[in-house]
Ligand binder design. Sequence first.
Ligand code: SF4
Length: 259
Amino acid sequence: MKECHILSLSGGKDSTALAFFIKDNMPEIHKKIEYVFFDTGCDLDETYDYLNKLEVFLEKPILRIKPEKSFEHLYEMYKFLPSLKFRWCTIHMKTDTFKKYMNEKTKKGFEKINLYVGIRADEPQRVENYKKQNKENENSILKTHYPLYENGLNEKDVYNLLVTNGVGYPDYYDWRSRSGCYFCFFQRKIEWIGLLERHPDLFQKALLFEKKAGKGFTWCQNISLEELKKPCNVKKIKDSYKKRFEKKGFKNKKLIDCI
Ligand code: SF4
């Protein structure tokens, strides 16, 4: 049977740890697997730098696949911001691109596509959700594997895998809890402030998308970026997070450890 193996790297810690787990423990798969990054073009420079570093440490190239339409193009079509209620960003820039890539594999004659997903043992609900969302059935040529989950690897093991392999966490984890677009609406207010301080140009770009979308459309709940960036609000948000972290005993920890 003609089959292929694929791991979609997000530029985050779990999918990266899975790549190293495969390299260290499943060398036959590592030889054959394709590491893929679905590139929206909207990730942070830190993510692209991390991917370049991974290629060296994994000793394999990472295939970067762009969506048919850029975020800017899609935004002109929709004329409103993507949100939890309507994630047109994910649908067009990730899901459709992934489906197209899978179809290409089928056209090339692959009868089985093994997909490796970086869900950890301490997140069993995510496995259930993933299965439900992707509605994988017995007749499907797609077979999903969860090596971290199946081998009982948790958050601490992910950290150890990244450290022992010499890559560590991506730099953005100092101030942000997830990979993805710089304007991602899943960001917390404190992460928007991180963007404002580290990437003021990107913050400004996100602000302009918001302004163009018109009244009532904001990336963040209840506050526009124009308001959020005011020094009094920056201070208020920072103080409130500081208090929250200290209360939990998270003093001097990175954001990734706290949220
Ligand atoms: S990272 Fe956020 S903004 Fe980007 S595609 Fe995913 S949900 Fe949308």
